[in-house]
Design a protein around this ligand. Sequence first.
Ligand SMILES: Cc1cc2nc3c(=O)[nH]c(=O)nc-3n(C[C@H](O)[C@H](O)[C@H](O)COP(=O)(O)OP(=O)(O)OC[C@H]3O[C@@H](n4cnc5c(N)ncnc54)[C@H](O)[C@@H]3O)c2cc1C
Length: 394
Amino acid sequence: MAKYRYLIIGGGMTGDAAAHGIRKHDATGSIGLVGAELHAPYNRPPLSKGLWKGDAEDSIWRKSGDTGVEHHLGRHAVRLDPGARRVTDDQGGVYEYETLLLATGGTPRKLPGAPDGLIYFRTLDDYRRSRQLADRKARFVVIGGGFIGSEVAAALRMQECAVTMIVPQDGLGARVFPADLSRYLVDYYRQEGVTMLMGESVVRVEAAGGGYRVHTKGSGVIAADAVVAGLGIELNVELARQAGLTVPDGIAVDEYLRTSQPSIYAAGDVASFPNPALRKRIRVEHEDNANTMGDVAGQNMAGAGLPYRHLPFFYSDLFKLGYEAVGEVDARHETVADWREPMKEGVVYYLEAGRVRGVLLWNTWDQVDAARALIATPGPFRAADLKGRLPAPK
Ligand SMILES: Cc1cc2nc3c(=O)[nH]c(=O)nc-3n(C[C@H](O)[C@H](O)[C@H](O)COP(=O)(O)OP(=O)(O)OC[C@H]3O[C@@H](n4cnc5c(N)ncnc54)[C@H](O)[C@@H]3O)c2cc1C
């Protein structure tokens, strides 16, 4: 049996950030990390961006060795006994802890009834498989027009692969972008050579001759060498549920990132936390949150007592377009667009009852803090108040 002052479940970016956070206050306390993947912690965003633009694969590794953490990799924690402060993994390994962090993130949602071999793009291994196929100039079908589908389709097309996207909505990123921008992106992807099947859905996928036949509702059957699906994630909350923690949408934590059991913390994609700027509980599946919340959780495990008040931002690259965004960037809100050049450069504000809830900075840089300040301002704002508001003068 291994005994740790600090035990972290999950070897993603959040788990690694927490180990570094712990070391800001405790130089020597033992840290153990149980991670289901065989790899030490690495950055996920480059898997769909930088690694396709020439960055070396080695550049993704995080400096987890610096913390002296002991990794137990390729192991899935399957039982948590908060009374005994004990975790058991799927190979019979037992770990005792004084303070525990759940940083278990999410697992890609699967396409029901699909054969083996589809790429549900989340891990380094998924990147490596896609890369091998792309190097052979495989024909890809990409299912889903959210963050992962859009980024991976662009990355594959930039390798000159034939790419067909199948997207149930009429636009790309339809849950996030205003309708005109979302539809513009469809034309933009077509110009870049991606075949776009919009308002389309997959009926069934069958394995055929070393590749796949993708049956669609309205566009017939598409032959592909590889299928990538970006259908969102299911949260890894089984351990938390089994231990009796409060799990509404994600594992509920307070502002110090403690769960309903004071010796257990949670952070990253899996955690639902109160956010003062938005005045509600939120859950965020983005890098800035994984890094910042993981760091604060680690510091608090070591006794820092810091409230987590950060409003995380996120970003993406789509061919030559790029953006940063902060707050509730949700297409269901009223939107006010302030374009410097339509669909190419500008700012979109997302409003609810006159308050700015989110800001999309489209090819507009260094404005995340100014956007955060706007979200924190009570308003009310009218469209005319927002025109020309950002970029803020430096
Ligand atoms: C391809 C890709 C590109 C992205 N690009 C961007 C981007 O451009 N911008 C942005 O803001 N965000 C981006 N994201 C999102 C960002 O990477 C995630 O928000 C972040 O990785 C979440 O980190 P996490 O550690 O909380 O969870 P995860 O990354 O899900 O890590 C959790 C880890 O815990 C392990 N685990 C789960 N359950 C157990 C268990 N019971 N026992 C042991 N181990 C377990 C999992 O195997 C996994 O390794 C991207 C994500 C992906 C996949």
